[in-house]
Design a protein around this ligand. Sequence first.
Ligand SMILES: *[C@@H]1O[C@H](CO)[C@@H](O)[C@H](O)[C@H]1NC(C)=O
Ligand SMILES: *[C@@H]1O[C@H](CO)[C@@H](O)[C@H](O)[C@H]1NC(C)=O
Ligand SMILES: *[C@@H]1O[C@H](CO)[C@@H](O)[C@H](O)[C@H]1NC(C)=O
Ligand SMILES: *[C@@H]1O[C@H](CO)[C@@H](O)[C@H](O)[C@H]1NC(C)=O
Ligand SMILES: *[C@@H]1O[C@H](CO)[C@@H](O)[C@H](O)[C@H]1NC(C)=O
Ligand SMILES: *[C@@H]1O[C@H](CO)[C@@H](O)[C@H](O)[C@H]1NC(C)=O
Ligand SMILES: *[C@@H]1O[C@H](CO)[C@@H](O)[C@H](O)[C@H]1NC(C)=O
Ligand SMILES: *[C@@H]1O[C@H](CO)[C@@H](O)[C@H](O)[C@H]1NC(C)=O
Ligand SMILES: *[C@@H]1O[C@H](CO)[C@@H](O)[C@H](O)[C@H]1NC(C)=O
Ligand SMILES: *[C@@H]1O[C@H](CO)[C@@H](O)[C@H](O)[C@H]1NC(C)=O
Ligand SMILES: *[C@@H]1O[C@H](CO)[C@@H](O)[C@H](O)[C@H]1NC(C)=O
Ligand SMILES: *[C@@H]1O[C@H](CO)[C@@H](O)[C@H](O)[C@H]1NC(C)=O
Length: 738
Amino acid sequence: MEFARLLLPCLCLVLVAVCVLTAADVPVVGLPGCTTRCGHIDVPYPYGLDEGCAIHSDFVLNCSTTKLFYGKTNLEIAKISVQDNKAWFRTWASRQCYNQSTNQNIYDDAWLNTTDTPFVLSADDNTIVVLGCNSLAYMIGETYVIGCWSSCDNSTPIVNGSCNSNAGCCQADVPTGVRYYRGYFNPLYNNSDQIWKTKTPCNYVAVMDTAVFNFSTTYLTSTVFYDTYSNNTPVVMEWAIRSNISCAEAKTNNTSYACVSNNSECITNDAGYACNCSKGYQGNPYMINGCTDIDECSNNATYPCTAGICENTPGSYTCSCPRGQSMSSDGVCKKNQRLTWMALVVGASIGLVVLVVTITCAYLTHERRKLKHIKQKYFRQHGGLLLFQEMRSQQGVSFKIFSEEELQQATNNFAEKEVIGHGGQGKVYKGVLKSSTEVAVKRCMTIGEQQKKEFGKEMLILSQINHRNIVKLLGCCLEVEVPVLVYEFIPNGTLFHLLHGNHTRHISLDTRLRIACESAEALAYLHSCASPPILHGDVKSTNILLNGDLLTAKVSDFGASILASSDESQFVTLVQGTRGYLDPEYMQTSQLTDKSDVYSFGVVLLELLTRKMAINVKAPENEKCLSMVFLCAMKENKLEDIIDCDIKDDENAELLEEIAETARHCLDMCGVNRPSMKEVAEQLDRLRKVLQHPWAHKDPEELDSLLGESSSVNSGSLVTTTSFSITKKVAMGLEIGR
Ligand SMILES: *[C@@H]1O[C@H](CO)[C@@H](O)[C@H](O)[C@H]1NC(C)=O
Ligand SMILES: *[C@@H]1O[C@H](CO)[C@@H](O)[C@H](O)[C@H]1NC(C)=O
Ligand SMILES: *[C@@H]1O[C@H](CO)[C@@H](O)[C@H](O)[C@H]1NC(C)=O
Ligand SMILES: *[C@@H]1O[C@H](CO)[C@@H](O)[C@H](O)[C@H]1NC(C)=O
Ligand SMILES: *[C@@H]1O[C@H](CO)[C@@H](O)[C@H](O)[C@H]1NC(C)=O
Ligand SMILES: *[C@@H]1O[C@H](CO)[C@@H](O)[C@H](O)[C@H]1NC(C)=O
Ligand SMILES: *[C@@H]1O[C@H](CO)[C@@H](O)[C@H](O)[C@H]1NC(C)=O
Ligand SMILES: *[C@@H]1O[C@H](CO)[C@@H](O)[C@H](O)[C@H]1NC(C)=O
Ligand SMILES: *[C@@H]1O[C@H](CO)[C@@H](O)[C@H](O)[C@H]1NC(C)=O
Ligand SMILES: *[C@@H]1O[C@H](CO)[C@@H](O)[C@H](O)[C@H]1NC(C)=O
Ligand SMILES: *[C@@H]1O[C@H](CO)[C@@H](O)[C@H](O)[C@H]1NC(C)=O
Ligand SMILES: *[C@@H]1O[C@H](CO)[C@@H](O)[C@H](O)[C@H]1NC(C)=O
C-alpha cells in the first residue's frame, strides 16, 4: 500500500514529463482567424486556405472534403513541413501493359508540372524507379533525360527489398531543379507474349519518395504497384517563397521579405529563397515572433548535460557543475573536497571513469574499424586495388587517390554553397586542397553495378589523358559509395556563359571557330587515345570551360562517361543526358557510341553559330529544340535567319554555310551517317585556316596546296565541300599537347 502511494506521484511525474515533451513539439501557427487544418493535415503559414491567410497567392491551398490540394495544378498534398521546407505530394505513376488479345502495348503516361509554382522536385529525397523485365523508361524533364533499363536474366534471383537491374527493377537519381517531367517508355523495349505469360503483365516508371519505395516481388507478378501508386505516388518537393531571387535580393525589400521572425534566417534551396529559424530556435520563421527558443534542458537525450546543472539560455544552453564541484575533461562533475573519507569515493569514481573511458575507447575503435571496413569494401568494389597496383607499377603518373577526409575537408563537407555546377551526372563542388591548390570535385550519381566494378580500370585510363584542351583529372576517391572525381579548377567560366550570359559582348567568328576547333580536337583525342574509345556522353556548352584571357577551350566532365564496350550486345543500363543535346539514337537504343558525342557536338556548333540556347523552354513545342529549328531553316534555305547577327556578314557567308553544313552532318538522325569526331575537327580546322587566310579563298591553287591534295575545293567555291576527307597537314592538330 505504502509502496503504491509512493509510486503514484512518480507515475504522474512521468506522465507530465511525456505531456511536456509532446507539447514542446512545434505548434502549428497561422494568421489570426485562419484555419490551420484540413482533415488530418496541418496547414502552417505561409500556406493558407484563402487569399488573406497565405503569404501570397502561390501559397493558397484548397481544402476539399478533408483532402488538401494545390489549386493551380490540383495536386494533392499529404504533408507540409516548415522546418524542412518540404511538402509531400501525391502524384502519378506511368505504366506500359501488354494486351495479349491485341498483341499491343497500352500506355498510361503520367506527368507532373509545377512550373510557376513554389515547388521543385527534391533531388535528395526522390528516386526514379523502373520496374519490368524488358523495360527501358525515362523521366523526361525540361532539361534532362534520365532513365534506366530493367531486365530479368534467369541467373539473378528476384527478391523482396532488393532493386537490381537484372532482376526486374532499376533506379536512377533525380537531377536538381526539376519542375516538369513525364514518364516515357521506349517502345522498342516491351513485353512480349512470353514475358507477359511468365514474368510480368506490365512495366512501370515512377518518380517517388526514396524512403517509401521498397521493391517487392509482387510488383512484377501482380498489379499491386499500380493499384497502390497509380494516382498516389508519394513525391517530396522543396518549396520557396520566391523562386528567382536570392536571399540578398529578398532582404532589400523589407515589406515583402518573408523571414519576419526575430532569430530567423534566410536560406537558399533548389526552389529559391526560404526561411528557417536560427540555430537554437524552433517554430515558424514566417510569423512575427514565430521562432522561439528551444529549451534544451528539457530534452537531455538530444542536448546532454551529464550530471551537471543544465541552464537554458537564448539560442543555447549551458551545463555547469554544482558549487564545490568542477567539470572534468569528459564532462562529468567531480567534487573538489579533500576529505579523507571521500578518497574512497573519489577512487571509485576515478575507477568508474577509467572504466567508462576504456569502454568508450573500445567502442570507438570498433566503430572506426567498422567504418574502415566499409570504406575498404567500396574501395575493392570500385576496383581500387587494381588501380593501386597499376599506379605503383607506373611511376611518374601524377594521379592521386584521395581519401574521403581529404575531400571532405577540401569542400567544407560537400557544402551546398561550394556547388559550382550540377547536371544529369552529379554535382560539382569547388574545393581547396591542403596544398592550397584549387580543384573541382565531382560527386557522381549512382552508377550501374557493372560500371562500379570497372571504375578503377576506367580511372586508370582516364588518368593517362593528357591534352591541352581537356581538363586534367587529378585523382579520384574510391572509398565512398558513389565515385568522386577530382579535376583541375578552371576559373574563367563556360562556353555557355560566354554565349548566353552577356549578349552585348561581341564574340568574333574567329574566336568561335577556334573554340569549336579546340573542343572538337579534344573529343577526337578522347575517341582515339584509348581502345575501346573514351566517350564523353554529355557534350554541351556548359561542359566546355574557357581558360585565361585567350579563352582556350577545355573539355570537362568526361569522367562519368563510360568506356564504349567492345561487346556490342552490352547495353548501358543507365541512360542520362541533357535535353537538346541528347542523341535521339542513343535514347532509342540505349547504346552510347562515339557518334552520340558527334551529335551533341553538332548542337554546340549550332550554339556558336546562332548564339541561341540548345533548348528554349519558353518557345512553343516545335521550336523548343535548337537542332529542330536549325534543320527546318536549312531545309527552307533560310539559314541567314537564325545565324547570330554578330558574325553575319557577306564576306563570311560561304564560310558560315560550310560550318552550318558540318553541323547538319553531325546532326544526322542516323549515327553511321555522321562524320567521326576526327573528321569534324579536321573540317573545322580547315575552315579556320580559310578564315585566317582569306587570300587563299581567291586562289584555289594555293588553297589546295595549303589543305593537301585530297580536299575537294572546286573553282573557289567552298559551298559544296562537305566531304570529310583526311588531310595530312591538318591531322597534325591532334598531336598538340600529347
Ligand atoms: C478545390 O478543389 C476541388 C477538387 O479538386 C475543385 O472542385 C474546386 O473547384 C477547387 N476550388 C478552388 C477554389 O480551387
Ligand atoms: C533549419 O534549421 C534546423 C536547425 O537549425 C535544421 O535542422 C534544418 O535542417 C534547417 N532546415 C533547412 C530547410 O535547412
Ligand atoms: C485488350 O484489348 C481488347 C481490345 O481492344 C480490350 O477489349 C481489352 O479490354 C484489353 N484488355 C486489357 C486487359 O486491357
Ligand atoms: C516491341 O518492340 C519491337 C522492337 O524491339 C517492335 O518491333 C514491336 O513492334 C514492339 N511490340 C509492341 C507490341 O509494341
Ligand atoms: C507547365 O505549366 C506551365 C504553366 O503552368 C505552362 O506554361 C507550360 O507550358 C507547362 N509545360 C508543359 C511541358 O506542359
Ligand atoms: C515478398 O513480399 C510479399 C509481401 O509483401 C509476399 O507476398 C511475397 O511472397 C514475398 N516474396 C518472396 C519471394 O518472399
Ligand atoms: C522492405 O520489405 C521487406 C519485406 O518485403 C522488409 O523485410 C524490409 O525490411 C523492407 N525494407 C525497408 C527499408 O523498409
Ligand atoms: C522573377 O520571375 C518573374 C516571373 O517569372 C519575373 O516577372 C521577375 O522579373 C523575376 N524577377 C527577377 C529578379 O528575376
Ligand atoms: C526598410 O528599409 C529601409 C532601408 O533599406 C529603411 O530605411 C526603412 O526604415 C525600412 N522600413 C521598415 C518598415 O523597416
Ligand atoms: C516590395 O514588395 C512589395 C510587395 O511585394 C511591392 O509592392 C513593392 O513594390 C516592393 N518594393 C520594391 C522597392 O521593390
Ligand atoms: C526583436 O529583436 C529586436 C532587435 O534585435 C528587438 O529590438 C525586439 O524587441 C525584438 N522583438 C521581440 C518581440 O522580441
Ligand atoms: C534525463 O532526464 C530524465 C528525466 O528528466 C532523467 O531521468 C534522466 O536520468 C536524464 N538523463 C541524463 C543522461 O541526464
